[in-house]
Design a protein around this ligand. Structure first.
Ligand code: SAM
Length: 284
């Protein structure tokens, strides 16, 4: 099958199957071989790897993955794409396509069955509307994985890698940085996709830490504090956490711990590093 990274070949396939793009599934197919090469290179795919691809579309990146990996599992929600994938991936015997919603698939079971529970690599040009639940689902469910290399909205990639003191810093930055080391590997303009999205995109590689970079006694509690802090971003931590439902922490207790940590009593959550959130959770 011809390389679908070449626009002419993608157009041919779309016409052959009279395919209608579904906006609700965030369908923007890659049509740039340089970007495809860059993704495979950044993901460091080798013949030892079992790769999970989320949303293969018509199989453009799947072809590249099939060439470089030992095995590829591709999960696609749109049933209209399944016969197309059968055609475009017919040359490969190392690809399994699953027609399902990635948020409903038991990824841990796939890892067990296809890779004996050893860490897999995730590679995807993600549907932008569910980027955060997909990534957080993979991390929070402790799926064995080495890395996630994904195309996301540029603004989301920025949010994942910034630290305190920037407007993009928030709960997503801290969650990603607790589990992985983020690194933007390419910026990708709208003309690399068909149809063109309204926003710029970026490829980001998240390399999973074997051990989180900070020690936290209760992960859930730390993330509850982080969410509460950024839900009321403009409030001081004393007011934000002291008021937050479900946390059951008094304003006085927050103020006391901030003093122990030698932080200003008027500090906001957006000024705290991951290390400081971990310390706050442990002390509280
Ligand atoms: N990988 C292809 C490419 O690079 O050309 C397509 C990328 S397109 C941005 C996103 C793909 O994810 C579409 O094929 C879409 O149908 C699929 N998709 C959307 N939501 C999904 C979900 N919940 N589970 C699995 N696939 C999904």
């Amino acid at each position: 099958m011809a390389n679908l990274g070449i626009p002419k070949n993608t157009i041919e396939v779309l016409q052959k199957y009279n395919f209608n793009f579904q906006k609700k599934f965030g369908q923007n197919f890659l049509i740039d071989t340089t970007v495809l090469d860059r993704i495979i290179e950044a993901a460091e795919i080798t013949k030892d790897d079992c790769v999970l691809e989320i949303g293969p579309g018509i199989g453009t990146m799947t072809q590249y993955l099939a060439e470089s990996a030992r095995e590829v599992i591709a999960v696609e929600i749109d049933k209209n794409l399944i016969p197309i994938l059968k055609d475009t991936l017919s040359a490969y015997d190392n690809v399994t396509v699953i027609n399902d919603d990635i948020l409903k698939v038991d990824v841990a079971k796939i890892c067990e069955e296809k890779n004996g529970g050893r860490p897999i690599k995730v590679v995807a040009n993600l549907p932008y509307y569910i980027t955060t639940p997909i990534i957080m689902g993979l991390f929070e469910n402790h799926i064995p994985l080495k890395s996630i290399t994904i195309m996301v909205q540029k603004e989301v990639a920025d949010r994942m890698q910034v630290g305190p003191g920037t407007k993009d810093y928030g709960a997503l930055s801290l969650a990603v940085q607790y589990y992985a080391k983020p690194q933007i590997v390419a910026n990708v303009p709208p003309n690399c996709f068909m149809p063109r999205p309204n926003v710029g995109s970026a490829v980001i590689r998240l390399t999973r830490y074997e051990e989180p970079p900070v020690k936290v006694e209760d992960e859930k509690k730390m993330f509850a504090l982080i969410r509460a802090s950024f839900n009321q971003r403009r409030k001081t931590l004393v007011n934000g956490l002291g008021n937050a439902q479900g946390l059951n922490i008094s304003k006085d207790r927050v103020a006391q711990v901030l003093e122990e940590m030698q932080l200003s009593p008027t500090i906001r959550g957006e000024a705290l590093t991951l290390e400081q959130f971990a310390e706050l959770a442990n002390r509280l």
